[in-house]
Design a binder for this molecule. Sequence first.
Ligand SMILES: Cc1cc2nc3c(=O)[nH]c(=O)nc-3n(C[C@H](O)[C@H](O)[C@H](O)COP(=O)(O)OP(=O)(O)OC[C@H]3O[C@@H](n4cnc5c(N)ncnc54)[C@H](O)[C@@H]3O)c2cc1C
Ligand code: SF4
Length: 508
Amino acid sequence: MSEVLDCSAIGFVPHDLKCDFLVIGSGCGGGTAARVLAEAGKDVILLEEGGDFVGPDRLTQRDTPMYDQLYVDRGGRTNKDRTVNILSGRVLGGGGVINACDVVPIHDATWAYWQKHHGWSDFSASAMQPYVARALADLSANRIEEKQINRNNQILREGAQALGWRGEVMLHNRVKCQGLGSCLIGCPASAKRNPRMVSIPKALAAGARVLIRARALQIRDATTDRKRVEVQTMDSKGYHPVNRFAIDAQTVIVAANPVGTVALLRNSGIGNRTLGQHVSLQPQVPIVALMPDRVNAYDGIPQAYALTEFEQHDPDVGLSGFRVESIFGTPGVLGSLVSAPGATGKALMAQLDHVAAALILIPDQPVGQINVRHDGRPEVDYTLTAEWKARARQAIRAAARAYFAAGAKSVVIPAAPPLLLQSVDQLAQIDTMTFDPATISLISAHQQGGARLGTEESTSACDLRGQVWGTRNVFVCDGSVFPSSSSSHTMTPIITMAHALTDRLLMR
Ligand SMILES: Cc1cc2nc3c(=O)[nH]c(=O)nc-3n(C[C@H](O)[C@H](O)[C@H](O)COP(=O)(O)OP(=O)(O)OC[C@H]3O[C@@H](n4cnc5c(N)ncnc54)[C@H](O)[C@@H]3O)c2cc1C
Ligand code: SF4
């Protein structure tokens, strides 16, 4: 069994590192690829920029240090016009360490859409079934139990039921969950069956070498037999460069999440004009309701129930419509959504135990772009479309109706200024929402696209095996490969694709 090697120790510079497969990024995509390759007897190195956080001593349930250590840019990354807060993990295990554990596989209609409209001929729902099964097994996917549904989730369900709307208790990847509620800043009880708990231990057991606080800067010689990858080691907090070294690899698999993947490939001079295009952020709208009784939404599993009445799956459109899911963040996150200053803000926060909250998930078209600035930093150019805004207004109306049907005293959409609704008679106010910059703060947890797979070099960044066009053995294996929104939640789709693409790699 190999060990996780921490490159942050000053002076630790590995020499003459060589491998057959170098995997960059240890999340759902990279962790899975490294494990499958190592278990097939391949010589694998897995490189991760973040640190290793496991157990209550490291995962402390405290907002500030956890956002600082577990999220890219401390959770502060946004798109260029700052309407969307782009959240992703920067830790061994990637986004799986900080996600909400909901398991939602790719719908058959989406596979059909990609087959029909994006040339994904080999990826039919039936052909992908074994890979979906592997992903669900990795995740120990199981239905959240009735006794684990907290009051916050129950309220949304009551609202949906009162209106006769369809909904479901979701599948999740928790085992022996203790209901501590801090999933979004890591699980101190190690209940999440995420890459850190599943694929990375298996990769290590099969002999993979795992390096943390090691950031890939550039892939050189991408068209030749052997590639040289320049690596920057970071200090123990991951914010200051310490040393550099290089790894010699035959095959490089990039799985650094769409923004990181596109930035690394661009900074390496790799990729055609499609690279960085067709990015989907799946913006989510937060909504909160003040309830007459105590909710204590911070207690228990945060995201268990989904109102799915309005979600649509169509072989000619892919995923569209919207869904509403109860959620709760830590007090720091909720505080940041209370857009009221001083005493007013304090009074609102004092009612936190009476607050119910949800996210409205509104899938988008892949209209964004990831560019790289002259200093090498990525920049996400993403403008909300008129069609998305119209659907968002419709979605906010539905969510507000569900809360009023469940007995809410008022409903607030955190905007600037906040939209405060006292009854269903005021729903028309939602139509005044413009979603202009500086009026709204949306959340993106499911970035996809930027290096999509396809059959033509003119319309895709990688071929159907995930190999970046114009390279020899440089592959992409994360959510960047999807041509459109894969699902309302991306962990299961990415693990599914990672199994499929890595199998193809092994069959070459
Ligand atoms: C708050 C939040 C909640 C979510 N909730 C859910 C949910 O409930 N269900 C669900 O299905 N999905 C959820 N998601 C989404 C899901 O977790 C992600 O889509 C998934 O983890 C992405 O996997 P990935 O392998 O593509 O990338 P990541 O998991 O992001 O892994 C990429 C890794 O690459 C590393 N990296 C980047 N650049 C470099 C470099 N140059 N060198 C070395 N390493 C690098 C990063 O540090 C990171 O650890 C959530 C996401 C967030 C942020
Ligand atoms: S709710 Fe469950 S998964 Fe989330 S942090 Fe608590 S014990 Fe872990």
